[in-house]
Design a protein around this ligand. Sequence first.
Ligand code: PMP
Length: 288
Amino acid sequence: MKIYLNGDYVDEDNAKVSVFDHGLLYGDGVFEGIRLYEGCVYKLEEHLERLEYSAKAILLDLPIKREELREAVCETCRRNDLSNGYVRLVVTRGPGHLGLTPDGCGPPNVIIIADEIQLYPEEFYENGLKIISVPTRRINSSALPPAVKSLNYLNNILAKIEAKRVGFQEALMLNDKGEIAECTGDNVFILAKGRLFTPPLDSGSLRGITRAAVMDIAAGLGIPCQEQPLTRYDLWTSDECFLTGTAAEVIPCVEVDHRQVGDGRPGKVTRELIALFRQKANTDGIRL
Ligand code: PMP
């Protein structure tokens, strides 16, 4: 496998960065996860824009321009002969001293890995996921804006472990007010009385690119969709529930905290959104 590393395409075994990189020492850096569908990089501009905003928000100067980064993402896919897969784009603060300050760190390391993707098995798209709320909270938005897609995922990792330990595939994360924030790597939607609802960003959700795509598809179908703080009760009593994310796409949830959602089967609107999302996925992006 060829990895893009700071302008070069190197073999996986030679893709090495310093142990002094603050990305490793402190999780100081930003990243994106991007999908490649039938030779088309899905919503690449949106991902590059979010990366730029994340970097700007943590005062990290990207050492590479949008055009070069776009080409590097595409070229990494081409060099690995991929037409379907997952691209991980990472920018770290770069090597520095053993202190927190980024002064003297750098240059940032720009890494692009393009590989095949392990999706949730198709059975979960057909039968739905069972999720559970966990004690670990999403980081408060005044501590770290949830819109920043940073390399700090420790609380999401703990939440995932907590869910798995009690036999669930995915964890529902709340914010410190007890409102729904998101799942560990996916945004949450519900359908109630014919309307879609998803938590606003200040509830602690990432500005998901799949979330925005689903909102567009829903608008096209004439289904109203609004951002609104949600509680666990709203999920327990919803007619349908689903998650959205680059890796999971649109995936139904049929049980939340041991309560059956709707009739316990993926809902009609959810199934329609999954079908339309899949139909559009290879047309909505940049061709290799
Ligand atoms: N929330 C978190 C915490 C995530 O890591 C992700 C995946 N990147 C998402 C939501 C979904 O966002 P997107 O649709 O842009 O992948």
